[in-house]
Design a protein around this ligand. Structure first.
Ligand SMILES: [Zn+2]
Length: 398
């Protein structure tokens, strides 16, 4: 016989409540014996349901035996939350609905039970019911902020970006913590919808709105750059691509190939090289990011990119062994004293392509797709291009 975990927990809680009651009431005289008999009988009923593998009936016993008062209400909440965490949402809902139905519940506990029930409904995908409760909780002190956060999450799930913007704004004024970066992302979502509907003018307006909330927004600059490139507006496209790199050099792999392309349309290689030199002066880490972008895209063959590649291959710790091997082989085989790095560059390109391309800075989630909202921790705008030399899929690992 398999014993259900849920039933064991329920019976342990019933036993805890009985012993708690006994300790509190021992020696108080009248009524003690009859109450003790009631508890004993209910406990054995619950045990019988356990033995017959009927955890829901055991739960009914728990709800009946555990009166809701100041001593037991936390036990109800603990059990309800336990069920929700285990994915047994129906049982969590029954516990919390039972609490709300009790007339003797304090206002504080009733608000808590309503919030927990809303969380249950969210987990069960009953978003309309959750929304109704959460909107009611907005006016209850101590629950305004949790309700706003849950509503934000709810509207994000529904992709109702207008409502998500409204709730983020309310959250911002309630907590005095900036939500501007995320609001900018919502406008980008709306712009993507407009683009899908072929309304480029609306998309452009929404992207500008996004930038009014976050002037450094990488996403809106990227989309505006792509749109301008599609319109053959090379100068505007170059401006937006450059803006991305000036604020976030880590996006070099995403942006450099396109920036090089539009720049060649305007005035050729020389401007590209002076732009790259400017980026190198702007950030001490730029060289490595430019090198990886150029290794991954052979079209980036200008002198500045090639110099970055040579530096990277020479100095990257994980490549030192490979570099020395290639250098020794090339110098031995040739009269040329400068090692030919092309074979090493090709090998490193393959190694980089095997690894993940993006990583969430909040939770470390890695992926080959760029997510503006992390699928794991749900944080916005924290996924960064990430390149790791991966020997695993090439058979080079030990
Ligand atoms: Zn994350």
């Amino acid at each position: 016989m398999t014993i259900d975990f849920t039933a064991i927990i329920i019976l342990l809680l019933i036993a805890a409540i009985i012993f708690g009651w006994l300790l509190a009431n021992w020696g108080r005289g009248r009524g003690r014996d009859s109450r003790f008999k009631f508890y004993s009988s209910e406990y054995f009923k619950g045990l019988n349901f356990l033995l017959n593998e009927q955890p829901d009936k055991a739960l009914e016993v728990f709800i009946r035996v555990a009166e809701v008062d100041s001593d037991t209400v936390e036990t109800h909440f603990a059990l309800g939350n336990l069920f929700r965490r285990r994915g047994e949402v129906d049982r969590a809902i029954r516990i919390h609905q039972n609490l709300i139905a009790r007339p003797n519940l304090t206002r504080i506990h009733r608000a808590q039970a309503l919030f927990e029930l809303a969380e249950d409904y969210m987990r069960a995908g009953l978003l309309d019911r959750a929304e109704t409760i959460l909107l009611e909780l907005l006016d209850i002190p101590n629950y305004t902020e949790p309700a706003l956060r849950s509503l934000v999450s709810l509207y994000e799930q529904q992709k109702d970006w207008e409502q998500a913007i409204t709730m983020r704004r309310r959250l911002q004024s309630h907590t005095n913590v900036s939500e501007e970066e995320t609001i900018a992302q919502y406008y980008c979502e709306l712009a993507q919808i407009a683009l899908a509907g072929k309304d480029r003018a609306l998309a452009r307006r929404l992207l500008k709105r996004s930038q009014s909330h976050d002037s450094n927004c990488v996403r809106s600059n990227l989309v505006l750059a792509i749109m301008a490139e599609e319109d053959h507006d090379w100068v505007r496209s170059q401006k937006h691509y450059k803006c991305v790199l000036e604020h976030e050099i880590r996006y070099a792999t995403e942006v450099l190939p396109s920036l090089a392309r539009v720049t060649r349309h305007i005035d050729g290689q020389q401007t590209l090289e002076s732009m790259l030199t400017g980026l190198l002066h702007g950030s001490p880490k730029a060289s490595g990011y430019l090198a990886i972008a150029a290794i991954l895209d052979p079209n980036l063959d200008d002198a500045v990119s090639q110099a970055c590649i040579a530096d990277y291959l020479r100095t990257e710790p994980s490549l030192r062994g490979l570099y020395e091997m290639f250098a020794a082989f090339t110098l031995h085989d040739s009269t040329n004293q400068i090692p030919d790095l092309q074979p090493l560059q090709t090998a490193v390109r393959n190694l980089l392509k095997n690894g993940p391309r993006y990583r969430c800075e909040e939770c470390g989630f890695r992926s080959k797709t760029l997510y503006w909202q992390c699928p794991s921790c749900k944080t916005w705008n924290r996924t960064m291009p990430f390149h790791e030399i991966s020997f695993t899929a090439t058979g080079l690992s030990s």
